[in-house]
Design a protein around this ligand. Structure first.
Ligand code: G3P
Length: 214
């Protein structure tokens, strides 16, 4: 399973990268706005910092605008993946960009047929939003498992990118289902390594070690 960080914060991205497990980055307009910085600066810094795929989202709603924006976003690096929302215009843009070899991450996926359409249009990734589904009392993990099942049935190369991850159980369940990628905030990446019994065990080992008489 690949790990992406879901962030526009360059310091968080750098810290995640230093763990040596970071495969890529996803951003969205809200995450960029949260930085309070200019999009151009943030996008360039992230693309220079991380060698793996960096999803940058278009804001146009018309498919021709999306295609033009998507092509322009590639100026930040060859690692740019164009993030496109799943709409009828989005599908046209996915098809156009993908047929030119530009990878697309389809965002705001909330039901499995949206993912099927994006895969048929040639998307490199689909991003089902787990946490936002859970927020309204629906099962976000079920969405991921249904998409994995459909893609397996037809051998799509499109990768399932589990998004809107809020806690480690989302990552665990997505991994068990065979999602190709999980994108998560730095806080969740850090939580993955933690267990209170590890801390207690380590403390006891060191206490015992230091009690040994020379
Ligand atoms: O970047 C897409 C997705 O991961 C957003 O997550 O937490 O805003 O629902 P969230």
């Amino acid at each position: 399973m690949k790990f992406f960080i879901d962030s526009g914060n360059v310091e968080d991205i750098r810290e995640a990268g230093e763990l040596g497990l970071l495969d890529g980055v996803t951003t969205n307009p809200s995450l960029i706005a949260k930085t309070g910085r200019k999009f151009e600066d943030v996008a360039q810094e992230i693309c220079d910092l991380v060698p793996g795929p960096v999803s940058l989202e278009v804001v146009g709603l018309n498919w021709k605008e999306m295609v033009a924006e998507g092509k322009a976003l590639r100026k930040y690096g060859d690692n740019v993946v164009v993030k496109i929302p799943i709409t009828a215009d989005g599908l046209k843009a996915i098809k156009a960009l993908s047929s030119e070899g530009i990878p697309v991450n389809t965002t705001l996926i909330f039901q499995p047929l949206q993912a099927l359409l994006a895969a048929k249009a040639g998307a490199a990734y689909v991003s089902p939003f787990i946490g936002r589904h859970d927020d309204i009392g629906q099962d976000g993990m079920l969405l991921v498992s249904e998409i994995v099942q459909i893609f397996d049935a037809y051998n799509f190369e499109t990768e399932v990118l589990a998004a809107s991850i809020r806690h480690p159980i989302h990552v665990l369940e997505a991994a068990k289902m065979g999602a190709h990628v999980a994108t998560m905030p730095l806080k969740v990446i850090k939580q993955l390594v933690e267990h209170p019994l590890t801390d207690i065990g380590l403390k006891k080992f060191l206490e015992d070690w230091h009690s040994i008489k020379a």
